[in-house]
Design a protein around this ligand. Structure first.
Ligand SMILES: CC(C)(COP(=O)(O)OP(=O)(O)OC[C@H]1O[C@@H](n2cnc3c(N)ncnc32)[C@H](O)[C@@H]1OP(=O)(O)O)[C@@H](O)C(=O)NCCC(=O)NCCS
Length: 151
């Protein structure tokens, strides 16, 4: 086993990343949406690789002083190993995020695992987006990076 490595996504990672999202999210993105996101100059997309395979990913959109976590998932068999935390920390430590002052994300109120993850990282609930997912509202969670030492 090699140490897990967080690195920038490559086009060749897309099949593995899409497979993870199909198994992890109720509304996984289509390949067209993925390709559009990966082409965006505002996007930062990272994967966590172990033993040559992809075990998780994160996508962050960076606009002005805001970072928006657009997608994050870890392969079901590889959860509770700190991988999602590592992906979030790596994305926020990346030079592309240097100008970010606040981090936002939406989460389903029923997604207790993800909410526990975000709570543990210091995100706080700052709003509700009614019917955001169609079948469920979204909680808006925010992490304030101001006054936080950068690594
Ligand atoms: C949410 C998700 C990304 C977490 O990935 P992960 O790699 O298992 O998370 P981590 O191991 O980094 O968890 C770090 C901490 O978050 C909390 N946490 C994570 N998953 C949890 C769960 N299912 N139940 C309770 N707490 C959880 C714990 O505090 C955990 O620390 P601990 O294991 O030392 O107790 C993963 O469960 C997943 O892919 N879910 C499906 C996709 C999804 O819901 N994405 C988020 C959409 S908003």
């Amino acid at each position: 086993m090699t140490e897990p490595l967080v690195r920038l996504i490559r086009p060749s990672d897309l099949p593995a990343v899409m497979e993870i999202t199909r198994r992890s999210l109720l509304r996984p993105w289509s390949e067209a949406v993925w390709r559009e996101e990966l082409a965006s100059p505002f996007g930062l997309y990272l994967v966590l690789e172990e033993d040559g395979g992809v075990s998780g990913h994160i996508g962050v959109k960076l606009i002005a002083d805001e970072a928006h976590i657009m997608t994050i998932a870890v392969r079901p068999e590889r959860r509770r190993r700190g991988f999602a935390r590592s992906l979030i920390e790596a994305a926020l430590a990346d030079p592309a995020s240097a100008g970010a002052r606040r981090v936002y994300l939406e989460v389903r109120p029923s997604n207790t695992g993800a909410r526990a993850l975000y709570d543990s990282l210091g995100f706080v609930e700052t709003g509700l987006r009614p019917a955001y997912y169609g079948d469920e509202d979204a909680l808006l969670m925010t992490l304030d990076l101001r006054n936080r030492p950068r690594r």
